[in-house]
Ligand binder design. Structure first.
Ligand code: CDP
Ligand code: MG
Length: 691
């Protein structure tokens, strides 16, 4: 039996068994079974060519059809090439091969797969790191990670000392973090001739990478895509969810065997669709959901082969577009939408919006049907719409984001002149200026753009700058304990379970029990406290329609945030619960971080207007407030049919003057009712009205 890259004399044998060089144990039967399958992946045909190219170049660009084995195999090839024959024990954290993924689910699931392929335990020789979860050890030699995590590592170690090779995977996704890593690595490679970079991408945009990585060789892995028949609808669909479910049912009734992949936009929609499909087809089919917040145990189910004679139906977000390959898919249902980030720098609104995908995405989606045999892709839009309405490529995320965090990260990384940073696609100057301004308001940067002590601390928190600021100042309001809990709750998936049908009313009643009269942030705090009082009991969670998994993560996140707070000697404290100031202090601390997300009730129209930008917004239906306070603070702007603000808490106007006078300074405030009210507040406060 052949084990890759180990010279025959090195094969230690015990009882005729071959020893795994990574952990010193005999290979299991499973290892050989998977090895056979791996060898049939297209990248294996080019293994030697790849290793030769890697040897003689510092940077390589590798482009290949999705499913050709890039993510799972290439890092293993790299490992064999750089590792030589020392064992993992001796390595003891000295060096690593890192492979970045834009999505956390992909990082986790691919790492598990590769651990299985190498016949080692996950978290030992093969590990992963995603935000708030580090599953690695000192033995780890290959680490899958989100691009954001590598960026964070770079902040602590700008030349990425421990890495021998970095694989930037899914580069075509052009996430914000990957784009920043590109620019950063370009600098690092100059200073570290021993470091190598492998850029991997699906078959898009290769030209752009070639131009950017001047001189790097391009290696192509030919796909072996079978023909995919594209079917369009004759008329536009009014309701894509309903149309998608109908199409699945039709495929199941009229098409020959083969699994189905349906693209939808988010967890709630996907769970809803799964229920409805099961409702119509019962156990004739196996329905599996796939989205980013899916519990780890469920993630592996996606790859289980379908039960014999039973069609598998995977209902997924665009994770399955290129990040994860599911074998056996013959039919793709593509409604043409995805949840995408958009940003409008003129009113500073960043929001996730369900919007049409690009033609390039549509082609990727269709391709998923032709991996193993000829397939069909059902596009739930017209051919005319494909040609005329869809843009050809998805814009890089850097052009669709609020860049406050990016600017903070780059400043921390020592990039003083943002305009000169080597962006693959430079963001609009207006967006950069806005980000700089916001960071000055948050006191992370001084007027000259230098990182302040606060900014230094903020950059250490894996959170958005406003939340980081809120945590840092919370001891001054004597409520860091509570702000830690609120921040943790805001950083995990929604803790409230809201089933459809009969149980919905009970769920809403249970939720109302946690409601705090002053708003949603405090409601979240109530939930957290109740959860702790009940020792995280699963029955308690069940009875109260609380998502236990979300609560466990909140607990974990909170622990990690405490560690960062302690590092900076920030006091962990609470006000006296019975003092009457307990909640007031918490609300003031919220404002000290989120003073740029305040809305004011316009009495004439009865609508809220965001302070300064004067955007009309509405309280989200999930909001627990039973009245409309004059001033509110919000966590999130949600664009749907209306502009909603979600997770909202009542604050008092006077506090704006006390807590954020620099932001509410009248001299740079647009005219309008809000300004008139502020003027009165400044007067009442006895503060002289700034000109
Ligand atoms: O990165 P690329 O799209 O080129 O391919 P890959 O993700 O490395 O997938 C190669 C093969 O591994 C596919 O046949 C996947 O179905 C399989 N795979 C798996 O069985 N389980 C996983 N968790 C990940 C991949
Ligand atoms: Mg891949």
């Amino acid at each position: 039996m052949e084990v890759p890259s180990i010279p025959a004399k090195k094969k230690a044998k015990t009882n005729g068994m071959v020893i795994n060089k990574w952990n010193g144990k005999a290979y299991t039967r499973r290892y050989y079974e998977i090895l056979e399958k791996r060898k049939s992946l297209p990248v294996w045909a080019q293994k030697e060519e790849f290793l030769q190219t890697l040897k003689s170049n510092q940077t390589i660009i590798l482009v290949g059809e999705t499913g050709s084995g890039k993510t799972t195999q290439i890092p293993q090839f790299v490992l064999d090439a750089v590792h030589g024959h020392e064992d993992a024990e001796k390595n003891n954290g000295k060096w690593l091969v890192g492979c970045t993924q834009p999505r956390r689910v992909a990082a986790m699931s691919v790492a598990s797969r590769v651990a299985e392929e190498m016949d080692v335990s996950i978290g030992e020789e093969i590990g992963y790191t995603v935000r708030f979860e580090d599953c690695t050890s000192s033995r780890t030699v290959l680490k899958y990670m989100t691009d954001g995590m590598l960026l964070r590592e770079a902040m602590a170690d700008p030349i990425l000392r421990r890495y021998k090779v970095i694989v930037l995977d899914e580069a075509h996704e052009r996430t914000l973090a990957t784009d920043l890593l590109f620019g950063l690595l370009k600098r690092v490679l100059k200073n570290r001739p021993d470091l190598k970079l492998v850029v991997m991408s699906a078959t898009l945009e290769a030209k752009k990478f070639l131009e950017y990585c001047n001189g790097a060789p391009l290696m192509k892995v030919p796909g072996r895509l079978h023909p995919v028949e594209i079917l369009y609808t004759q008329e536009p669909e009014r309701d894509y969810l309903e149309a998608a479910i109908r199409t699945v049912v039709q495929i199941h009734m009229f098409e020959p065997p083969g699994d189905v992949l349906v693209f939808l936009t988010g967890e709630e929609e996907i769970e809803d669709a799964c229920r409805k499909i099961v409702g119509k087809l019962g156990d004739q089919v196996t329905v599996v959901p796939l989205y980013s917040t899916l519990p780890t145990a469920m993630q592996q189910k996606i790859f289980d082969p379908a039960v014999e004679n039973r069609r598998k139906i995977v209902v997924s977000t665009n994770i399955a577009e290129t990040s994860l390959t599911i074998d056996g898919i013959v039919y793709v249902v593509d409604p043409g939408f995805a949840k995408q980030k958009i940003y409008n720098p003129s009113n500073r609104v960043e929001s996730l919006l369900v919007s049409p995908i690009s033609q390039a995405s549509a082609q990727q989606r269709a391709g998923r049907a032709g991996r193993t045999q000829p397939g069909k892709c059902f596009r739930l839009y017209t051919e005319k719409s494909f040609n005329n309405d869809l843009q050809s490529q998805t814009y890089p995320e850097i052009l669709r984001s609020n860049l406050a965090n990016t600017v903070l990260t780059l400043t921390k990384l020592g990039v003083d002149n943002l305009v000169c940073f080597d962006f693959m696609d430079p963001p609009a100057p207006q967006t950069l200026a806005r980000a700089l301004n916001d960071l000055v308001y948050l006191e992370a940067l001084d007027e000259e753009g230098n990182l302040t002590r606060i900014g230094e601390m903020m950059s250490e928190f894996p959170l958005d700058p406003q939340m980081a600021k809120m945590l840092i100042v919370s001891p001054q309001f004597n409520c860091s304990n509570e702000i830690l809990s609120v921040s943790a709750m805001l950083s995990v998936p929604n803790c409230f379970i809201r089933p459809r049908g009969e149980a919905q009313k009970s769920a809403d009643e249970a939720r109302a029990m946690f409601g705090h009269i002053d708003g949603d942030h405090l409601t979240l705090l109530n939930v957290y406290h109740a959860y702790k009082q009940n020792n995280g009991d699963s029955n308690w969670c069940y009875e109260n329609f609380i998502n236990q998994r979300a609560m466990k993560s909140a607990d974990n996140v909170r622990e990690q945030l405490i560690r960062i707070m302690s590092k900076f000697n920030l006091k962990i404290c609470s006000s006296d619960f019975n003092s009457g100031n307990y909640y007031i202090n918490i609300r003031k601390a919220l404002l000290a971080g989120y003073f740029m997300q305040v809305a004011h009730l316009d009495r004439t129209s009865g609508h809220y207007l965001t302070a300064k930008d004067n955007q009309e917004v509405h309280l989200h239906p999930s909001c627990c407030l039973d009245h409309k306070p004059e001033w509110v603070i919000y966590n999130e702007y949600v664009l749907t049919s209306r502009n909603f603000i979600r997770t909202v808490t009542y604050i008092r106007g006077e506090w704006l003057v006390d807590v954020a006078p620099h932001y509410y300074h009248l001299s740079n405030f647009p005219d309008g009712e809000t300004k008139r009210v502020l003027e009165k507040l400044f007067k009442k406060r006895g503060s002289h009205i700034p000109k």
